[in-house]
Design a protein around this ligand. Structure first.
Ligand code: C2E
Ligand code: MG
Ligand code: MG
Ligand code: MG
Length: 280
């Protein structure tokens, strides 16, 4: 008797699973309306250099749900990615970011800030991705050389030639590229030399235990060496303590993002925060 026969008596109807399916369907329907109802918002988390000067921000999407409260992108972005919804959301993010960059450029205090946005695979792989970005930049009259696109490794596997072509076109007008969540994927490093990234973003998984964990330190050292070799700057995400910051500096990492400096802020919070800083 194989174990497969024994399993054939398992019922196909599982009320718990059914409930989960219902929840996903409900969430997806809600998400479709969320854009029109302006429930999706960009939050902004500042990025810093070694002098604690702000170099810019990363835009992180939030869903302000009328009954469920603030929903994290980890919950709805994967859902959106399973359909064309991610394209609508992606367009919203790019256009909102371009408007923000145009507004920042008009103020002396923020004029040099960059804005990084997260791009998902399906969005980047769209035939007209480059045209869309160009269109949003020109609609908002935003400075292209302040826009940074964060791509992940998984997005680039099996897709290297097209990726290089798209990145090169956007780099011609000044757009920057950052390789997000670096170190968490399984792809070979050989793609790194082909892809024209300006920045490598070390995943926060390697920062968390940095003080006690020698392998994390070794990984960060090698990422920094690679950054040097490929002429890409290296930014650490998820910096939460002074100790981590000091260690990173010691290792030669000069760009940072994390709760130690600032949490992601709503548009309103960002406004008053900038007001305060520029008044000092
Ligand atoms: P990510 O791009 O790697 O973003 C970094 C995540 O780390 C953010 O989570 C941020 O809030 C969080 N974080 C920042 N500093 C710290 C820290 O010091 N400690 C810890 N523990 N976490 C920190 P968030 O905002 O929940 O976003 C999660 C992921 O959702 C993002 O990871 C990104 O992959 C995706 N995402 C966010 N916004 C967008 C978007 O507009 N479009 C797409 N396609 N994906 C997005
Ligand atoms: Mg990111
Ligand atoms: Mg990241
Ligand atoms: Mg991440």
């Amino acid at each position: 008797q194989s174990k497969f026969n024994a399993q054939s008596s398992v019922s196909f109807f599982d009320p718990i699973m059914q409930e989960q399916v219902n929840k996903v369907v409900e969430l997806e329907n809600d998400l479709r309306h969320a854009l029109d109802q302006k429930q999706l918002q960009l939050y902004f988390q500042p990025q810093y250099d070694q002098n604690r000067s702000i170099t810019g921000c990363e835009a992180l999407i939030r869903w302000v749900h009328p009954t469920k409260g603030l929903i994290s992108p980890a919950e709805f972005i994967p859902l959106a990615e399973s359909s064309d919804l991610i394209l609508l959301i992606g367009d919203f993010v790019i256009s909102t970011a371009c408007q923000k960059l145009a507004a920042w450029q008009a103020e002396a205090f923020t004029a040099n800030w960059t804005l990084a946005i997260n791009i998902s695979a399906r969005q980047f792989q769209c035939k007209d991705f480059v045209e869309r970005v160009m269109q949003h930049l020109s609609d908002a009259q935003a400075p292209a050389n302040r826009l940074k696109l964060e791509l992940t490794e998984s997005l680039l596997i099996d897709y290297t030639d097209e990726a290089v072509a798209k990145m090169s076109q956007l780099k011609k007008v000044g757009v920057h590229f950052s390789l997000d969540d670096f170190g968490t994927g399984f792809s070979s490093l050989s793609y790194l030399k082909k892809l024209p990234f300006d920045q490598i973003k070390v995943d926060k998984a390697f920062i968390h235990d940095l003080i006690n964990n020698h392998s994390d330190e070794a990984i960060i050292r090698s990422v920094l060496a690679m950054g040097k070799a490929f002429d890409m700057n290296v930014i650490a995400e998820g910096v939460e303590t002074e100790q981590q910051l000091q260690k990173l500096k010691e290792l030669g990492c000069y760009f940072y993002q994390g709760f130690y400096f600032s949490k992601p802020m709503s548009d309103q919070q960002l406004f008053s925060w900038i007001d305060q800083l520029s008044a000092d």
